[in-house]
Design a protein around this ligand. Structure first.
Ligand code: SF4
Ligand code: FES
Length: 276
């Protein structure tokens, strides 16, 4: 076997030793109010070990070398933690693989000559800033309405001072894994933020520490969600399907229970020591 054939097709994806050639259709939009459009690009030398974002880095280096404007996109941790890298990849928020963020997409899932379409998250409350970057401050404003515990508890308490059942701790932790990426909004036909808001409400409702502000938290975060212009939950389940942290839509049912309890009994009475 010659050297070149040994290098060829390591992953059965047609990649030669020089890497794959990938065609891209990328949404370019100069600013929020400007008309956007898809622009075609071709990048070469893409190795299967690279991430999708590394491929965009290579594209941007090519563009800058040619004196053209780089494609703007958000990223930070590049390991599925921070939630900044939201994009719609070939029609699916964060791409087709369940439980992964855009930055976790590896090029080994593509073949030489494939075409990938990349566009921003699209939702009224997430206006496009430029190209693939959207403004997700609406999430921050919702979070500021009550997604925290305001009690000053001093330094870290003893781990056993307030007992939390294993079930409640596990459920709180499952809800707390939401990274605020916004894919749930982008995937929902009604641009609902219900999965995000319900995860933030649930993570504290499960714990005794979240009890004192429980009712007020549900009412004010949901009111802010409405103010920001997010739609109501339409029960499509697309949010859960694209969520990179696989947050369950059971959180939405819990959010509704929290809201009804607080609305009927008064925000300050709807408190307890955590759990359902
Ligand atoms: S619920 Fe999932 S999709 Fe929505 S913001 Fe949180 S991590 Fe992202
Ligand atoms: S860059 Fe942080 S989750 Fe993707």
């Amino acid at each position: 076997m010659s050297d070149s054939s040994a290098n060829k097709d390591k992953a059965g994806n047609g990649e030669s030793g020089n890497g794959m050639t990938i065609h891209l259709k990328i949404w370019r939009q100069a600013r929020s109010a400007a008309q956007g459009r898809f622009v075609d690009y071709t990048v070469s030398g893409i190795q299967q070990e690279m991430s999708l974002l590394e491929m965009l880095d290579i594209l941007n280096e090519d563009l800058v070398r040619k004196g053209e404007e780089a494609v703007e996109f958000d990223s930070d941790c590049r390991e599925g933690i921070c939630g900044t890298c939201g994009m719609v990849v070939s029609g699916v928020a964060h791409g087709k693989h369940a439980g992964t963020t855009t930055c976790e997409i590896r090029m080994r899932q593509y073949k030489d000559g494939d075409t990938i379409t990349i566009e921003p998250f699209r939702a009224g409350p997430f206006p496009i800033i430029k190209d693939l970057v959207v403004d997700r401050e609406a999430f921050d404003r919702i979070q500021r309405k009550g997604g925290f515990v305001s009690t000053n508890v001093g330094s870290a308490p003893d781990g056993n001072a307030i007992l939390v059942s294993k079930l409640a701790a596990d459920d709180a932790m499952d809800s707390a894994t939401c990274i605020g990426c916004g894919a749930c909004v982008a995937a929902c036909p009604n641009a609902s933020a219900s999965l995000f808001v319900s995860a933030k409400i649930s993570q504290l409702a499960w714990l005794p520490q979240g009890g004192p502000e429980r009712g007020r938290r549900a009412l004010s975060m949901i009111a802010q969600m409405d103010t920001e212009g997010f739609g109501d939950c339409s029960n499509h389940g697309e949010c859960e399907a694209v969520c990179p942290k696989q947050i369950s839509i059971q959180n939405i049912a819990r959010m509704r229970r929290e809201y009804v309890k607080a609305a009927w009994t008064g925000a300050d009475k709807a408190r307890n020591t955590g759990g359902d």
